[in-house]
Design a protein around this ligand. Structure first.
Ligand code: CAA
Length: 241
């Protein structure tokens, strides 16, 4: 059945692949983005997917943005909390700003986006929420105390909410991608990536954004109603939970 889907950070990287996959599956998709107008316009022109600009770190902006999406496309059935940032630094060098920025986008963003659509999903007795965490929320990563904390929080959030949504037909699941070949990962110093990260991935390569999008598509489908509170690890065998 065609549904209305919102993908945060949905115009670039993993989010862009998710937006496209959901559209190809027949859903009406709203791709949210926070900053890069140029990339968002290019994405909209290439894909025909509607783009909406707001910061997932602000509850008021999420409420307003989601109201706009619902006015244009209809009630939100599928929410993919994908937006995320990094501010990597070893902890002794990490500033409060680096800590707060990552917690606000990568963890508070899930509250800010999910809370405004939760009531409607409960009323309509249907919802699919898919959160994008990270391997580094599962295993921890030196240089990412902020990111690992937020991404581990995303998993706890998912498990709690899955219990609350189950009776109302809402599933809440989380995907923990490993290192995927996006701008975020390619921003890592090449030497660090080649010498410290790639050798740890048994399949011997970075993942593709589409490999994460296919997981989202499965969890977001009407047929996945018995799967909730689960974590799908898609990391090339780098870490088994
Ligand atoms: N474990 C333990 N110690 C480590 C370490 C590790 N994994 N990595 C670095 N160190 C140590 C270094 O050996 C070094 O020690 P000495 O000073 O004693 O030699 C010290 O920490 C500083 O290391 P750097 O020279 O690398 O420090 P830097 O300040 O130049 O850079 C950094 C720090 C930016 C965090 C850099 O190490 C880095 O980019 N690391 C990769 C972090 C990472 O994996 N980020 C993932 C981004 S992608 C993503 O987040 C998507 C996702 O979900 C997977």
């Amino acid at each position: 059945m065609a549904r209305v889907a919102v993908v945060t950070g949905g115009t670039r990287g993993i989010g862009a692949a998710i937006s496209k996959a959901l559209k190809e599956a027949g859903h009406k998709v709203a791709a949210n983005y926070a900053g890069n107008d140029e990339a968002a316009a290019a994405f909209r022109d290439q894909t025909g997917i509607a783009v909406f600009k707001w910061d997932v770190g602000s509850y008021e902006s999420c409420k307003e943005g989601l109201a706009k999406v619902e006015a244009e496309l209809g009630p939100v059935d599928i929410l993919v909390n994908n937006a995320g940032i990094t501010r990597d630094a070893m902890f002794h060098k990490m500033t409060p700003d680096q800590w707060n920025a990552v917690i606000n986008t990568n963890l508070n963003g899930l509250f800010n986006m999910t809370h405004p659509v939760w009531g409607g999903m409960r009323d309509r007795k249907f919802g699919r929420i898919v959160n994008i965490s990270s391997i580094n929320g599962q295993k921890g990563q030196a240089g990412q105390a902020n990111y690992s904390a937020a991404k581990a929080g995303d998993i706890g959030f998912t498990k709690a909410l899955a219990q609350e949504g189950a009776r109302a037909g809402i599933t809440v699941n989380v995907i923990a991608p490993g290192y995927i070949g996006t701008e975020m990962v390619r921003a890592i110093d090449e030497k660090v990536l080649n010498e410290r990260i790639l050798p740890l991935i048994p399949v011997g390569r970075l993942g593709e954004p589409e490999e994460i999008a296919r997981c989202v598509l499965f969890l977001a489908s009407d047929e996945a109603g018995f799967i909730t509170g689960s974590t799908i690890s898609a990391n090339g065998g780098q870490y088994f939970v």
